[in-house]
Design a binder for this molecule. Structure first.
Ligand SMILES: [Zn+2]
Length: 385
């Protein structure tokens, strides 16, 4: 067996009602908690009261939209002035990535651009983050167990990561109850992000035996649960399965990497106001088809082709399913969940060359099962528009 590494949050709590564990855990880690939330912070109110009762001062920091370098700079100054010694995120991927970045910057000197990949100076984060607790309220990003925070840099029109093993959360609390009220469109786009984050690590050039098991379990769960939460957002069993699958996706991508879909998501999200999950969903079926075609042409013996076959079986539930059945299943799910094409975000044919050039350099692209040439990358994007 090839050597591999696996790292994750120090502690993971999963299950309905686990939100109640956050305040006592925070009290063991600090006295002044920066509480990073999305734009609507209703649930954070419950958490803030529990924190206060546990002797921890909650310092609210709401974030609207996906986090930027500027937001993290401003938030770091604010949190340093407030003497925050623990950071808690409660929200979707944006709140979690923002909190994770802030916890890293509170533990290290300087500003985010000193450490940012691709567009920053890319210096290593030498010190660990201040203690960080992640509480996702969507089932999609898996960011509660990843070691990077994706930040937008409007000046460069791209997204790039702060990344360090020291950024892993001290505690990840995955309470499926928090996802019960998610709007339908968010359920769809975050759910398809979770599916992408299980498919890409499974066929990744960095896949390992531990993440393989997580991917197989997660893909099987999502195949049944995502159509169900789309039909009925109050289906507790299906919501719980989605939270579980999302967590498995985070564990997998953090240790096995991603691929072409996320390679495109970084520059598209940097240049256009498109939610990450919706972008991934629009690109996923076309990237899968292009990867399969390229593998058949240039690497017909590749193990990745057998993995695409396994994905088809897991998605359709049919042991005889062929790769094409899996591709069609994903495309049909995207239609059923009313995923708009990329044109809905103002992306057109004229944007293809620059997006392809940026995607080819994105860190996620390196783990794609086969190197795609610029014609193949352009083809994916043209079909996703
Ligand atoms: Zn993603």
């Amino acid at each position: 067996m090839a050597r591999f590494e696996f790292a994750t949050a120090a502690r993971i709590l999963f299950g309905e009602g686990t939100l109640a564990e956050v305040a006592p855990a925070a009290a063991a880690l600090g006295r002044r908690a920066l509480v990073v939330t999305g734009a609507s912070s209703e649930r954070a109110g419950t958490l803030a009261a529990a924190l206060a009762a546990a002797g921890v001062s909650p310092i609210p920091f709401p974030v609207s939209g996906e986090p930027t370098v500027e937001l993290v700079s401003r938030g770091t100054e604010f949190a340093r002035a407030e003497k925050c010694d623990v950071v808690i995120s409660i929200g979707g991927g944006s709140a979690i990535d923002a909190g994770k970045a802030l916890a890293a910057m509170l533990g290290n000197p300087g500003e985010p651009l000193d450490y940012l990949e691709v567009v920053g100076r890319g210096q290593p984060l030498l010190q660990p983050s201040v203690p960080y607790i992640a509480v996702p309220t969507t089932a999609g990003t898996g960011s509660e167990v990843t070691r990077n925070a994706v930040l937008g840099s409007p000046a460069h029109r791209v997204k790039a990561s702060l990344r360090s093993a020291g950024m892993l959360a001290r505690l990840a609390v995955v309470d499926p109850e928090l996802t019960l009220g998610l709007p339908r469109a968010v359920t769809a786009s975050t759910g398809l992000d979770a599916l992408t984050q299980l498919i890409e690590p499974y066929v990744s050039s960095r896949a390992n035996p531990m993440t393989d098991g997580f991917c197989v379990e997660g893909i099987r769960r999502i195949a049944a649960a995502l159509p169900r939460v789309w039909e009925n957002g109050a289906d507790r069993q299906a919501r719980s399965d989605m939270s579980w699958a999302s967590l498995l996706g985070g564990l997998s991508l953090a240790n096995a990497g991603l691929g072409a879909v996320h390679g495109f998501a970084a520059p598209i999200g940097g240049m256009f106001p498109a939610p990450h999950g919706a972008v991934c969903a629009a690109v996923l079926p076309h990237a899968m088809a292009a990867n399969v075609a390229a593998l058949r042409q240039r690497a017909p013996e590749s193990g990745a082709l057998r993995r695409y076959e396994e994905i088809a079986r897991l998605l359709t539930g049919r042991p005889q399913a062929a790769i094409e059945d899996g591709l069609e299943w994903v495309a049909a799910l995207c239609r059923r969940l009313e995923i708009p094409p990329l044109a809905a975000y103002g992306i057109g044919a004229a944007d293809v060359p620059v997006l392809v050039e940026k995607a080819a350099r994105a860190s996620s692209m390196k783990a794609n099962p086969i190197a795609l040439n610029s014609d193949e990358l352009s083809g994916i994007l043209e079909r996703a528009i």
